[in-house]
Design a protein around this ligand. Sequence first.
Ligand SMILES: [Zn+2]
Length: 279
Amino acid sequence: MHIDHVGRIPYLLVAGFRGPIYCSEASALLPPLVPEDALKVGVNRNASLIKRFLGQIWRQVVALPYKKWRSVTQGVSVKLHPAGHILGSAYVEFKVESSSMENALAKRNHRVVFFGDLGASHTPLLPAPRPPWRADLLVLESTYGDRLHENRTQRQMRLGHAIEHALVNRGTILVPAFSIGRTQELLYDLESLIHRMGGRRLTGSMCWSDLEVIVDSPLAAKMTDCYLRLRHLWDNEARRRVNSGRYPLNFEQLYTVESHDEHRQTVAYLASSGRHQRW
Ligand SMILES: [Zn+2]
């Protein structure tokens, strides 16, 4: 979950909301880092208060499996569908029993569908979202509604060129990938490139398979662990890679920084090793 998915929850709790908070099973398994941030940013920085708030949130959370109707109140059921945006993301379909005689005779209920962030059809790792069967009312989030997604092959080629270009110039590439899910997509694309290019020379005596990738973010490391644990939610292509002996998110060339001390050691290593001078 991103902060814009759950940022409202603290305000609702402060306002006295004590009803169920429905979310997908995968979202319920993710660490409560994002709700914690939402509380710190929007409400309070007092550690014990935040702990109590988080406890309250998790007491109210009800995890739902994808694609199963769940009655939420009389005459209203809800069903979550994979949205392909990040792990656990969902779009929400409501079935409302109709009170009109005409609809009741036709045994037709009212369908309302809410879309939040939606994944593109060729997003790495997650299956593309399937459109709902029908909707009588459709509510869409439209922040990026005026933009087209870049073709995935082109994006991967641009990444490959950027890496080659930087290394020929004896540089290091820093990618500020903070958002949950994006780091994992980037790792997935890097593993694809390393796998495809393998022994091809990058620069000097260095091949693609010698490329060092460092993820310097404890949050990203925790999310990668979640992605690895919830492998059953990956798309067919990603699972095929795993079955063929590849490690799309924990490949050989990947080093993950887990703490601030390790971060400092890594910076010192990069500064002192002068690896690039060997190339
Ligand atoms: Zn999002």
